[in-house]
Design a protein around this ligand. Sequence first.
Ligand SMILES: N[C@@H](CCC(=O)N[C@@H](CS)C(=O)NCC(=O)O)C(=O)O
Length: 202
Amino acid sequence: MQLYHAPQAVNPERTYNFLKAKGQLDAVDIVEISIMKGEHKQAAYRNLSPFAQVPVLVLDDGTTITESRAICSFFEHMFPEPNLMGRDAMEKGLIEMWDRRVEFMMMMQFATWFRNAHPVMAPLEKPQLPEAATKAERAVKAFTARLDEHLYQKDWIAAGRFSIADITLYLTCGFCGVMRWRPHEEFENISHHYARVRDHLK
Ligand SMILES: N[C@@H](CCC(=O)N[C@@H](CS)C(=O)NCC(=O)O)C(=O)O
């Protein structure tokens, strides 16, 4: 299997760190793609990823899977241990609920802020809309404050144990640094959580 990966980009880092947490990085050949050099826009890559996004997983029979969470689901099935998506109905529900909240209300809102505000994104986000940036910044900051309250006296975000939701939050906090915003320095509970996940992924 080949995993097309863009180091430091949050979605590919999510699949990469998920596989790392499973101790299975050796199961794939990593193919690095440079988004800043526009390698993901080239025709050969578009054949693998119709929306020209990273990551992509290419199976040995040539089947391609895009969408970072779908790739994580594939890995969860292939490599069941350690379980990262829930062992029973309740765990699966709680972990997916929090993972999707972090993805949609934090990561995606932050991405909208960053893509519409940062000069480095101008070639990829045309046009950049300052109003969209302002609205998304407000939304991500409001959600993050609520998430910090949720994490009060909790080691992990969902189901009382380490899961994909913790990986998504940890990587999203790192991603926020591109706008010089560090939720894991601003919020006490997120700060403890960030250190805990960093140690867990070492
Ligand atoms: N929903 C997709 C999003 C993938 C995505 O947006 N990847 C970014 C990197 S984090 C990308 O490829 N961006 C290229 C671009 O915007 O041109 C997933 O979860 O895989």
